[in-house]
Design a protein around this ligand. Structure first.
Ligand code: HEC
Ligand code: HEC
Ligand code: HEC
Ligand code: HEC
Ligand code: HEC
Ligand code: HEC
Ligand code: HEC
Ligand code: HEC
Length: 244
């Protein structure tokens, strides 16, 4: 053997003894992932920009295994949600109130990892359809429906991941409602009171729910109701008063 050949032989051998060279080599010379998985990243309106960073940014061939010949030859680089958090800021999924499926790392209950025809890689076109996967649809489909709830739960009302306010609201209840119903924030819309009186809509304890203050939802269901004006009760005044 010439001197050069010996050096070459030693280098090759030492790489091989690290155990990774031949795996690496077979990986490089193997077919690309999309030669076999030609459906991934194609034929849909939206693709996850992560695909541009390569399949290997999420998938790994298991050490020493041949893919696809061997079982369990391919695995995710890490579990979900850790995988997602490698590229998406973790702080986005932390907050005072965290939606339970986020806390449990169930990102794939709502999102596709590769591609979809729907915005934000969601599994369904209308965001509320995603919500109905886990929240009973009937609650939102009583006779009288709050029109805004038909436009998607996220529109101005709920955050999907986390929130600083209870019930994942985008702000305090009355402030949120007032975003669209400014006039009613004063309580002046509650007519049929003795002259000069204004009904409280905040800062008083709700007699039916003494742990909470009065809010818009003391009288109105935010989603839908069997009763007109989205009332939570048929004769709404009787819910809390005897004489009105
Ligand atoms: C030679 C063709 C071929 C190549 C190249 C290939 N795959 Fe596959 N892959 C397959 C086949 C066939 C299956 C289905 C095996 C099965 O269903 O049991 C599969 C299954 C998979 C699965 C599902 C595995 C599971 O356990 O559920 C993933 C993920 C995957 N491939 C990713 C990749 C990635 C990433 C690459 C590139 C690094 C790649 N594949 C390269 C043919 C290929
Ligand atoms: C953002 C991370 C990410 C990237 C990038 C990615 N995948 Fe995936 N892939 C996933 C996740 C998550 C799953 C679901 C695994 C599960 O359900 O256990 C998956 C599942 C799969 C599956 C099995 C189920 C199916 O949908 O057919 C195949 C095959 C696959 N990926 C191939 C690929 C190929 C090929 C690429 C590159 C073109 C790629 N993936 C890029 C995250 C990714
Ligand atoms: C390798 C990096 C990488 C990983 C891992 C990754 N993503 Fe992404 N993702 C991106 C990039 C880059 C974008 C585009 C920029 C952005 O919106 O932050 C994106 C965008 C998104 C979007 C928004 C798409 C849109 O239309 O606005 C969603 C939803 C998403 N990712 C979900 C996930 C989920 C769920 C996981 C885990 C299964 C994940 N990502 C893992 C890189 C990644
Ligand atoms: C309950 C359903 C649900 C779950 C679970 C969920 N998401 Fe989302 N996510 C959404 C919805 C809905 C949007 C669209 C928000 C919009 O249109 O403004 C979204 C948007 C996103 C976006 C786009 C950027 C942004 O903030 O607008 C990213 C990235 C994302 N989600 C990542 C994740 C990751 C990572 C997980 C798991 C830790 C996850 N999501 C779990 C419903 C969900
Ligand atoms: C994977 C299942 C799942 C999906 C999908 C889902 N949720 Fe949830 N959600 C839960 C669970 C579990 C809870 C906690 C139990 C409960 O309060 O009912 C919860 C609680 C909530 C709460 C109440 C939080 C609290 O503090 O009481 C709101 C509001 C909410 N989800 C809104 C949504 C919206 C909006 C969507 C659609 C973008 C959605 N959810 C999709 C599982 C899901
Ligand atoms: C994003 C805007 C928006 C927000 C936020 C909003 N609403 Fe509405 N609301 C509407 C629209 C649109 C209608 C339908 C008006 C119509 O039919 O003329 C409506 C109608 C109503 C009605 C009348 C229903 C009827 O049958 O006459 C009540 C009561 C109501 N909303 C209460 C609330 C309460 C309580 C909140 C907060 C929990 C709230 N709204 C938050 C947009 C909104
Ligand atoms: C004490 C019960 C009560 C509370 C609290 C209350 N409302 Fe009402 N609301 C009513 C009654 C009663 C009506 C029907 C008025 C009528 O006779 O037309 C009504 C009607 C409405 C309507 C239909 C349009 C209108 O003005 O008649 C909207 C919108 C509305 N309320 C929004 C709100 C919002 C937003 C809040 C919180 C800031 C709120 N309500 C708090 C009792 C209440
Ligand atoms: C969810 C419970 C609740 C409902 C429903 C309700 N009220 Fe009240 N009402 C209250 C509370 C709380 C107060 C404040 C009591 C106090 O000042 O301590 C109040 C006060 C009043 C007052 C006295 C106001 C003042 O300035 O002295 C009148 C009048 C009144 N309500 C009439 C009505 C009428 C009419 C209805 C139906 C349209 C109604 N209420 C529905 C809880 C309710």
């Amino acid at each position: 053997m010439s001197k050069r050949a010996v050096v070459f032989f030693i280098i090759i051998n030492s790489l091989a003894s690290f155990g990774s060279f031949f795996i690496w080599a077979s990986f490089v010379y193997a077919k690309s992932c999309t030669e076999c998985h030609s459906d991934i990243g194609k034929g849909h309106t939206y693709t996850h920009p992560a695909l541009n960073l390569g399949c290997e940014s999420c998938h790994l061939i298991s050490d020493g295994k041949k893919h696809p010949e061997e079982k369990n030859s391919i695995k995710l680089k890490s579990d979900i949600p850790e995988l997602c958090i490698q590229c998406h800021k973790e702080s986005k999924f932390q907050g005072k109130y965290v939606h339970l499926p986020i806390e449990k790392g169930m990102c794939l209950m709502c999102h596709e990892p590769h591609q979809t025809n729907f915005k934000k890689l969601l599994l369904w076109e209308k965001p509320q359809e995603v919500c109905y996967r886990c929240h009973a649809k009937e609650k939102f489909e009583n006779k009288y429906v709050h029109k805004v709830a038909q436009g998607g739960c996220g529109i101005r009302c709920h955050s999907h991941h986390t929130s600083e306010y209870p019930k994942l609201l985008s702000s305090k209840i009355n402030d949120m409602c007032a975003g669209c119903h400014n006039y009613q924030q004063s309580g002046l819309h509650i007519v049929s009171l003795p002259k000069g009186k204004v009904h409280p809509v905040f800062m008083k304890k709700d007699p039916k729910n003494p742990k909470n203050e009065m809010t818009c939802i003391s009288c109105h269901n935010p989603h839908s109701s069997k009763y007109q004006k989205l009332f939570t009760y048929k004769n709404i005044c009787k819910r809390c008063h005897i004489f009105y």
